[in-house]
Design a protein around this ligand. Structure first.
Ligand code: W6P
Length: 371
């Protein structure tokens, strides 16, 4: 049809990768009309291409999977988003008269796609018998990776457009460039996440481990704060859960979780060390798989890889039972890898786990940024 041809036309265009440098370049203060125009132009031309690629990915799923109501919902959402942004893509580069209208469109897009991941998870849970794990993993990896990029572009653009429309003394003083913080303190983020996890843990178990934060606690770097918060919350939740459950099992006091920070020449390192008994060798290779969980599922004997999803969806609210290893860890690692970092788990079976989070910092090369 006419629509298919249009989607294919966009989906086969090359994409421009998103990097922290690129996102910063658009918002380098003082925020000029020109840099804003460049960001809006990038979003207007790039998002329809990326959305069209997502539409194609859904169209390439096995037919029966595409008929699942959850999956069909998300497919429709991508199609409608492509359709509503596509008309902006051919505006001339310096037509910024409609920037605010465009920013509103982007906000709507970001909000409407907020629950995509749990919805997709539910859809694939229902379709697991029609698709093998490898294809499903590849689809989800690709989808989630693309989603991170799409949201970064949209949110950076929204943020810069709004900053430019109400430029105040206040905004010029902050260390933010759009959604990026150029002076993000890992220690502060760890404290914040540890407080949240402590509350969650005390609510669920009546006790929580102490979090010890040491190493380069005064360091700062350039990063997307919400990404770091997501990764750390996920790691601290898992460390705390293993620690408390292991202590209860052995009738021992709850040992602390140690979080160490390093500022290396290439990356910021964060090591989360727990004494939660470690991960069983049989589970070790599955820890970063979608919906694999070591939490025992009481209501079903289905130990399949996707059995954790329904429970995960119920647990997503604050105060609910502490999450297992559902979508949380694979997503956290995806965020770590997005800008060239890594997340590695090492287990001392019977004692505890070390998780190494490494994030590339771009601060050294910022001076050479060509504008
Ligand atoms: C565990 C399992 C795990 C996953 C992620 C982070 C910490 C931990 N500790 O036992």
């Amino acid at each position: 049809s006419f629509y298919d041809a249009k989607v294919i036309n966009y989906a086969t265009r090359p994409i421009r990768p998103v990097t922290l440098k690129e996102l910063i370049r658009f918002g380098q203060p003082p925020l000029s009309e020109q840099s804003l125009t460049q960001c809006a132009h990038y979003a207007r031309t790039e998002l329809p291409v990326r959305l069209a690629m997502r539409v194609r990915a859904f169209q390439n799923l096995p037919f029966i999977v595409g008929t699942n109501p959850h999956i069909k919902d998300i497919y429709r959402l991508y199609f409608e988003s492509f359709d509503s942004l596509e008309k902006y893509s051919d505006l001339p580069e310096n037509d910024n008269g409609s920037d605010l209208e465009f920013a509103e469109k982007l906000k709507d897009l970001v909000e409407r796609h907020a629950d995509n991941i749990p919805t997709l998870a539910r859809g694939f849970l229902e379709c697991k018998k029609y698709m093998n794990t490898k294809d499903m993993t590849a689809f989800l990896d690709d989808m989630i990776h693309a989603r991170i990029g799409i949201r970064l572009i949209a949110e950076q653009c929204i943020s810069l457009i709004h900053a430019s429309k109400n430029e105040s003394e206040d905004q010029r003083r902050t260390s933010y460039i759009g959604i990026i913080n150029t002076q993000l303190s890992p220690a502060k983020v760890i404290h914040h996440c540890a407080d949240f996890v402590t509350e969650l843990c005390e609510f669920n178990y009546g006790e929580a481990p102490e979090f010890i934060i040491n190493g380069h606690v005064d360091t700062t770097f350039t990063y997307v704060p919400v990404h770091l918060e997501y990764m750390l919350t996920e790691l601290l939740k898992n460390a705390a859960r293993a620690t408390v459950e292991n202590a209860k099992k052995n009738n021992k006091p709850v040992p602390p979780v140690e979080v160490s920070i390093s500022h290396g020449s290439r990356d910021i390192g964060i090591r989360v060390r727990d004494q939660g008994g470690g991960v069983k060798p049989a589970d070790l290779n599955h820890i970063f798989e979608y919906s694999y969980t070591t939490v025992k599922n009481e209501d079903t004997e289905d130990s399949n890889i996707f059995s954790g999803i329904t429970r995960l969806a119920m647990q997503s609210g604050v105060g609910g039972p502490i999450a297992g290893l559902g979508f949380g860890l694979p997503l956290a690692r995806m965020y770590a890898r997005y800008f060239g970092g890594s997340m590695t788990l090492l287990s001392l079976n019977g004692y505890g786990c070390d998780v190494f989070l490494k994030l590339k910092h771009i601060d050294e090369s910022l001076g050479q940024l060509e504008i």
